[in-house]
Design a protein around this ligand. Structure first.
Ligand SMILES: Cc1cc2nc3c(=O)[nH]c(=O)nc-3n(C[C@H](O)[C@H](O)[C@H](O)COP(=O)(O)OP(=O)(O)OC[C@H]3O[C@@H](n4cnc5c(N)ncnc54)[C@H](O)[C@@H]3O)c2cc1C
Length: 482
């Protein structure tokens, strides 16, 4: 660290006293990086290449004590504070411009209790870490579909993936957590300890503190599942998407079939003539036994005349990495998402129309099939309210040349706006971009007032505001009691 560091504070800019900085640096076991340190540029990078922010300090936390010291330091010096888990959130809130970023990537431990079927997971762990350790024992909990995503951010916003219809959202499998709150206290939370805070953490994003440890319920899964892809030509889009919509109204909880509209990558099982052309892909996973899965998914092959299939017994942990090559770190990304309780013919038609205008070879529209166990949890049981989402659509603009920024974003926004009249009006905070702060209240719906009240109790000064922010309830106005 160098002797003079200017920090952009919340309300002003002032010089931090060197003795304070030295004392802080001495407290952080993984060290503190500043702009002149060699590791600084790598440490501030996140998945979305459009995010290029420069924190004044990066605290590399390795222990709960490090996190506590960093939270206290940020509070005392009124520094903008951000928390980086896996660095995947599209909004880039993991990185505080001019502020203090907590880098949790050194806290990646996973401990599996095979007898109890539970996992204790560090806040820097990636999905790949968790799946690998749990699958070594034939166990898993619902996580997302890109293995380089962070467990922390995914969990705090809700978390859905291939196991969600069978076992619920990631938060539905969260048994407890340890969290450092804005007052610097370390709190253990569960259904029976600090139950209000536990409720808020399950969907409330990073608004309520820094989680230093998660405890999850695990379930027997695989290790082989019936999974893969069925690909149809774009000319059959109307027919196959309607067939998919009708089929997914009655699928067993073990089976999830998503729909993806994009230009075909050069996959070996697709005829070369289709590479680079628009296609409809149905990725699917059945987590209830390979033979049963094959029977349950057979109808997907009959939606139309497929141009390629890659289906069969597959290691679950392997399929969890299947989409990684399309979603690597550093690309430019912008997306807009909508929740749907049902998909009308008109909604599907506009998705097809948007896919016929894809602004680039990496852009796609995906529709995840939800429902099942996730929908059987009451909307007020956790902070995550959008249990009625049977499908989440994400219009994913992805490109590499900054000159395309406006064009690709315009495509995603227009598609989102066209689809909005068909959607529930709710959103998924883990998918909201930095310019969608106004969608936060709607995304929490009837849980929002309780969240604001709890925010006032646990973070009255809004120290944790680098997130899809829930401002504390106004003390002068009545709000729902927690
Ligand atoms: C390619 C890709 C695929 C995805 N697929 C899915 C999917 O299948 N299912 C799904 O549900 N979501 C998916 N997501 C969304 C994902 O859940 C969110 O981006 C999530 O926030 C990522 O978590 P992270 O830790 O990697 O992100 P980060 O950017 O590091 O963190 C996001 C936010 O979470 C908070 N946070 C992180 N760690 C902590 C902590 N320890 N304590 C308190 N707050 C913390 C902070 O507010 C931070 O700004 C995907 C995202 C990407 C980019």
């Amino acid at each position: 660290m160098h002797s003079t560091t200017y920090l952009t504070l919340d309300r002003d800019v002032r010089q931090l006293r060197q003795p304070d900085l030295d004392a802080f640096t001495a407290q952080i076991s993984g060290g503190v990086l500043g702009a002149t340190d060699a590791a600084y540029d790598d440490a501030r990078k996140v998945w979305n290449g459009t995010v290029d922010r420069r924190p004044a300090l990066i605290a590399r936390c390795l222990t709960e004590g490090d996190v506590q010291a960093a939270v206290r330091f940020a509070g005392e010096h009124r520094m903008l504070l951000s928390v980086r888990g896996g660095g995947h959130h599209i909004a880039g809130n993991a990185v505080a411009e001019g502020g203090l970023m907590l880098d949790m990537s050194g806290m990646r431990s996973i401990r599996i209790d095979v007898a109890e079927r539970t996992a204790r997971v560090g806040p820097g762990a990636l999905l790949a870490d968790f799946d690998r350790e749990a699958q070594a024992h034939g166990l898993a909990t619902p996580l997302g579909i890109n293995s380089t995503t962070g467990v922390a951010g995914l969990t705090l916003g809700g978390g859905f993936g291939w196991l969600t219809r069978r076992h619920g959202l990631t938060i539905d499998n969260l048994l407890g957590a340890t969290v450092v709150t804005a007052d610097g206290a370390i709190r253990g939370v569960s259904a029976t300890r600090e139950a209000d805070l536990f409720w808020a953490l399950r969907g409330g994003g990073g608004n309520f503190g820094v989680v230093t440890s998660f405890e999850f319920q695990l379930h027997p899964v695989g290790p082989e599942v019936y999974a893969g892809l069925v690909v149809y030509p774009f000319s059959q889009a109307r027919q196959v998407l309607r067939a998919w919509r009708d089929f997914t109204a009655g699928t067993p909880d073990e089976l999830s079939v998503w729909a993806v509209l994009r230009k075909a990558p050069p996959l070996p099982f697709l005829p070369a003539a289709h590479h680079g052309t628009e296609v409809v892909v149905f990725p699917l996973v059945h987590c209830g036994g390979v033979a049963v899965g094959e029977r349950a998914a057979a109808a997907v092959l009959k939606f139309g005349d497929p141009i390629g299939t890659a289906l069969g017994p597959t290691p679950y942990a392997g399929f969890q990495t299947a989409f990684d090559p399309l979603l690597t770190t550093g690309g430019r990304n912008y997306w807009k998402s909508n929740n749907f309780s049902a998909l009308s013919d008109a909604a599907l038609d506009l998705v097809i129309a948007a896919a016929s205008r894809l602004p680039g070879p990496e852009c796609e529209i995906f529709m995840a099939q939800l429902g099942g166990a996730m929908a059987r949890v009451k909307p007020d049981a956790t902070a995550f309210v959008g249990r009625d989402a049977r499908y989440i659509m994400n219009v994913h603009g992805r490109w590499s040349d900054p000159a395309d920024d406006a064009r690709v974003r315009a495509w995603a926004r227009r598609t989102f706006e066209d689809a909005t009249p068909h959607a529930t009006g709710s959103g998924y905070v883990n998918f909201l971009t930095e310019d969608e702060g106004e969608r936060v209240a709607a995304s929490y719906g009837t849980n929002y007032a309780r969240l604001q009240t709890l925010k006032r109790r646990f973070d009255p000064d809004n120290l944790f505001r680098m997130n899809l922010n829930i401002p504390p309830a106004d003390g002068n106005r009545p709000s729902a009691s927690p």
